[in-house]
Write a protein that binds this ligand. Structure first.
Ligand code: DAH
Length: 328
């Protein structure tokens, strides 16, 4: 049928349908002639007409399907770029933790992990923490309700104990991980946060090694001009002990809002491993000495990215978290 090949829209197809197979169409007209046909060939004539009608109907239906498909494809442009696929990003704490591990691995430290659910012995006793020490109180420490002497570790220091029990010096490890405290969240406190424990035990290890290692680490992390400062302090597991400050990377130590105009930012604690601790794990303090530190990973991350509220890390607001994607 020539007419049908020329059809280009549903409307013209409808015209063709009416013209041929409509109630008053040309095929219907031919059926009306049946009575005038010689009876000897009338049957044959009728059969042929029916075939013609079926064929015309089939062609029109096929064309209707073709037009419908063409309409669907009309809005499709294969040269358009694909829609972007939303991609996840690493959590900022994960990014900094990885960077920190890279720096210490390059300095020859092994990476260790310990359990987040700890026992009182590893978290306090073995770390030379006296029975009366306030950090053991339930107001500070989260104990398991149903299992006596078990707690959520309050620091990564128990990994020191586990490492020294498992291997002999020389020991040179860092242990990143989560710690838990019974603290109300505020801009600088979170009941869960992340620490980096460091431990170096060998013959002849000195406080100078501690200062040099911590300084080099912060220069790698924050920039080659930062300096560190060690202030005398007390920790049960080190003697002597010191708190560690870094010069403010924002003002270079001149004083600004971030460092509260002091020029320094407190980043953690450190010291020479107490001989009592070495004895507890079977290392002879007459032969070996060691140093240790515990640094806050959130603090490093806040400094590097200019984040001013620790709670942002744990509220899981995708608008905040998605900003850190590919930086490191
Ligand atoms: N565990 C201490 C804390 O959470 C930090 C610390 C201080 C770790 C001195 C150490 C250290 O290894 O030597 O406050």
């Amino acid at each position: 049928m020539k007419d049908i090949a020329a059809v280009s829209s549903q409307d013209t197809l409808e015209e063709v349908r009416v013209r041929y197979i409509g109630r008053k169409g040309s095929i219907a007209e031919l059926f009306k002639q049946m009575g005038k046909i010689d009876p000897s060939i009338r049957g044959e004539f009728g059969k042929t007409l029916n075939m013609l009608k079926n064929d015309a109907t089939a062609q029109i239906e096929a064309m209707a399907r073709e037009l419908e498909q063409a309409e669907t494809l009309a809005g499709y442009d294969p040269t358009l770029p694909a829609r972007p696929i939303a991609q996840g990003s690493y959590h900022p704490i994960t990014l900094i933790e990885r960077e920190v591990k890279r720096i210490f691995t390059r300095m020859g430290f092994a990476i260790k992990r310990g359990p987040e659910v700890e026992d009182v012995w590893h978290n306090f006793d073995a770390l030379n923490t006296p029975d009366w020490h306030p950090s053991r109180d339930e107001t500070d420490t989260l104990y398991l309700a149903d299992i006596p002497n078990m707690l959520l570790r309050t620091e990564t220091s128990p990994v020191q104990i586990r490492t020294m029990q498992a291997q002999k010096p020389p020991i040179r490890i860092v242990a990143p991980g989560r710690v838990f405290r019974n603290d109300k969240p505020d801009p600088t406190h979170s009941p869960m946060f992340t620490q980096l424990e460091g431990l170096y035990v060998d013959k002849g290890v000195t406080f100078a090694d501690l200062k040099g290692t911590v300084l080099q680490f912060y220069r790698h992390l924050l920039g080659k001009n930062v300096v560190t400062r060690f202030r005398p302090h007390f920790f049960p597991f080190t003697e002597p002990s010191a708190e560690v400050d870094v010069s403010c990377p924002f003002c270079g130590g001149d004083g600004c809002r971030v460092c509260k105009h002091s020029g320094w930012i407190e980043v953690g604690g450190s010291g020479m491993v107490d001989p009592n601790v070495l004895e507890t794990v079977g290392i002879d303090p007459e032969i070996y000495t060691g140093w240790a530190f515990g640094l806050g990973i959130e603090r490093m991350t806040m400094l590097l990215y200019g984040v001013d509220d620790i709670r942002l890390f744990y509220e899981n607001d995708i608008r905040f978290l998605s900003q850190f994607g590919g930086r490191r």
